[in-house]
Design a protein around this ligand. Structure first.
Ligand SMILES: *Cc1c(COP(=O)(O)O)cnc(C)c1O
Length: 393
């Protein structure tokens, strides 16, 4: 129940409560305690040609099941509007394709590699300027922005796979001073830990495949906008015409996953912190990369910018190089060797093998997506796998 404010009006519900209810109101829905799935591809109009349900017209663009999920996301991020996409990459494409030839993008050199590589190729072939910069240094980021020409500044925080923390407020100031928009890929932080719009972001991107859905069974993306301006309408048009939407069944699964977002993320953060502390200074581990550790270069900023935890992602650099790291991963029994992140089960990945030649990722790095298992089992699994790494190698 919402508590009452002094003026008698109920205080707005906190995000964890809104998420637990899936943003759903059983009374308005005719009694269903959970939101229904609405599979229709098209929606009827009355005799005067008005849509009977303004949330549904034709499901390439608007379907009530998407709308339920989108309005929940907009509430959790504090945005004016949200759109779901068929993947995180489709969401990113809808933003970039809203630009015009000659426009310029500044992105960060260490970020989700598939997106960085696609950005580089797309910009080269579609007449867009593109520069990569070390965004952990707010001054370098600002210096790379070209006033009047840079339209998008693109950051990811914490960023794959070193978990660098980028100062969202500083990036927003620099982008806005030059007339550019700030896009924040907040996949890893989730709205539980960071609310980029409150810090000045214009658009928040999620690979909803990861924590938002959280069960490794839906591929989805989402964008949330601070304002519904002309640029946002172009983004919407790209989705409506390109058809990169989620079906209603998958949107419904995602909505179900989001109801447990707050407890899943809290547990993943606690488990990741336990693992980071345990393996920090471990003789077989050269370095633990986790913003929750005081020794991580982004720790102080993370402590200010994130609340409730430092995320469920961390990386270990195994002593002995790529061979030792790969062999160690091969001995794991609880961690699953697989790409992706943000599910309830822990995953591990040797990123350099996946990214191939030219990857900036150190060859001895293993990326861990920490799930919600008992942390003692996760630590024991990593310990037994490290036990065979030759000492001091
Ligand atoms: C996975 C991921 C993406 C791409 O999302 P898909 O849903 O796989 O298309 C983008 N950014 C980050 C940080 C990711 O982890």
């Amino acid at each position: 129940m919402a508590e009452n404010r002094p003026d008698g009006a109920p205080a707005p519900l906190r995000p964890a409560t809104v998420a637990a209810h899936g943003g759903h109101d059983p009374e308005a829905a005719g009694g269903d305690v959970v939101p229904p799935i609405r599979p229709a591809t098209t929606f009827a109009r009355d005799a005067d040609y008005a849509l009977l349900n303004p949330e549904g017209s034709y499901s390439r663009d608007a379907n009530p099941t998407y709308r339920a999920c989108e309005s929940l996301l907009a509430r959790l991020e504090g945005g004016a509007g949200a759109y779901l996409f068929s993947s995180g990459m489709a969401a990113a494409m809808a933003v970039v394709q809203a630009l015009q030839p000659g426009d310029h993008i500044v992105a960060q050199s260490v970020m989700y590699w598939a997106l960085r590589d696609w950005l580089r190729e797309f910009c080269a072939t579609w007449g867009l300027g593109f520069d990569l910069v070390d965004a952990t240094d707010s001054e370098s980021l600002a210096a790379a922005i070209v006033p009047g020409r840079t339209r998008l500044v693109w950051i990811e925080t914490p960023s794959n796979p070193t978990w660098d923390v980028i100062d969202i407020a500083a990036a927003a100031r620099a982008a806005h001073a030059a007339g550019a928009r700030l896009v924040v890929d907040s996949t890893v932080a989730t709205p539980v830990l960071t609310r980029p719009i409150e810090l000045g972001a214009d658009i928040v991107l999620h690979s909803a495949t990861k924590y938002l859905n959280g069960h490794s069974d839906v591929v989805a993306g989402a964008l949330i906008a601070a304002r519904e301006d002309e640029f946002w309408h172009r983004v919407r048009a790209n989705r409506a015409h390109g058809g990169a939407v989620l079906g209603p069944f998958e949107a419904w699964l995602m909505l179900r996953g989001m109801r447990t977002l707050y407890i899943r993320v809290a547990r993943a953060c606690a488990n990741a912190m336990a693992i980071a502390r345990h393996f920090d200074a471990h003789p077989k581990v050269a370095e633990v990369l986790y913003p929750g550790l005081e020794t991580h270069p982004g720790h102080d900023l993370a402590a200010r910018q994130m609340s409730g935890g430092f995320g469920g992602m961390l990386s270990l650099r195994v002593r002995g190089g790529a061979q030792a790291a790969l062999a160690m991963a091969g001995r794991l029994r609880v961690f699953v060797r697989a790409t992706s992140l943000g599910g309830v089960e822990s995953l591990i990945e040797h990123r350099a093998s996946i990214e191939g030649p030219g990857s900036p990722v150190p060859p001895d790095l293993l990326r861990l997506s920490v799930g919600i298992e008992d942390p003692a089992d996760l630590i024991a699994d990593l310990e037994q796998a490290l036990a065979d790494v030759p000492p001091g190698s």
